[in-house]
Design a protein. Structure first.
Lengths: 190, 190
């Protein structure tokens, strides 16, 4: 392995470990020293990759947020309104299910959301794009509230520690079904 | 006014002020001194009523939580399943709407939920009772997830700072409508 590959693999192990410790102790309750101890490296080795805990928090969330941007782009590129809605809903649910631990952290720790708000153009931008995809840009109060309930509800339910016993495929299928019901869409033809 | 009435009114002003400061600065970012300053009293006067910030947090949330218990009791006492569901849903939405500021605080500050978990029999008990009222005690995965999405979604949407422009009556009506759609219930006859 080259030095670059070693550094990359340490960085990746560091992020996995950080997410686990954040989930157990909260971001607030996790120190760089704890991350170093858990990895069996020195605090200097952690500093080599990240200068602050905020940088680690952002890096932990970054892959999922980049995927979310891709999902929104792909959904917007669909030809029909129906396909846009289906794509945005299924993509969002799939993201929540695959990144359950991260979503749970989001739900329970406002510090994570604040850290992310600083890097990305913020949650507001994401919400506006989702709103436009799911109910159109000129949605009324009722449609706006439906999207609020949908996004918050699916993320909270998907990331809930009460639902860790549900396997990925079942969780994905059921949440998409609930989302379709909320949006008043019938089941897709199979 | 008797001394007792003065104390009661100070206590009540203290809780209103605490909720406002908690909403602005978070529970973590609010000190007993800040509450005293805002009220124009000494820190000793605050200590007369509450020894710790946790006691204040519990007292701020207590009236809404007591109402929630009453709603669950009243819903359970309804004769038909349909009436139980309607009562539980409408009661929950009404509570969220009337206590929006508190709900927003719940949503953004896990410290509040932890403080409350200690006094009441906890959020778990509330969730089980709601589950049993809305979808029955032997609900399958799909029904359990629906209730998760419903409770989290309605609370987050109702307490969201994005929705402060929606008046109470409209918000109440729309959220009940969304809840009924989620539960697969038709509109009630008018």
């Amino acid at each position: 392995m080259s030095a670059g590959t070693v550094a990359e693999s340490t960085r990746s192990r560091l992020l996995t470990t950080a997410l686990r410790l954040f989930s157990e102790h909260g971001v607030e309750g996790t120190s760089l020293q704890m991350i170093a101890d858990e990895l069996g490296v020195t605090k200097a080795a952690v500093y080599y990759h990240f200068k602050t805990k905020d940088e680690i928090t952002e890096a932990v969330a970054q892959p999922a947020l980049a995927e979310l941007e891709d999902i929104l782009d792909a959904a917007a590129a669909q030809r029909t309104r129906g396909a846009q809605i289906d794509h945005a809903l299924a993509g969002f649910v799939d993201l929540v299910v695959r990144h359950r631990a991260l979503v749970a952290l989001f739900n329970s720790d406002p510090g994570v959301v604040r850290a992310i708000d600083r890097t990305l153009q913020g949650a507001e931008n994401f919400k506006l794009r989702m709103l436009s995809l799911l109910v159109g840009p000129d949605a009324d109060t009722s449609a706006r509230l439906t999207v609020d309930v949908l996004l918050a509800g699916l993320a909270l339910a998907g990331g809930s520690p009460d639902n860790t016993d549900i396997d990925d495929d079942t969780l994905r299928e059921r949440l998409i079904e609930i989302g379709r019901r909320l949006l008043g869409r019938r089941r897709p033809r199979s």
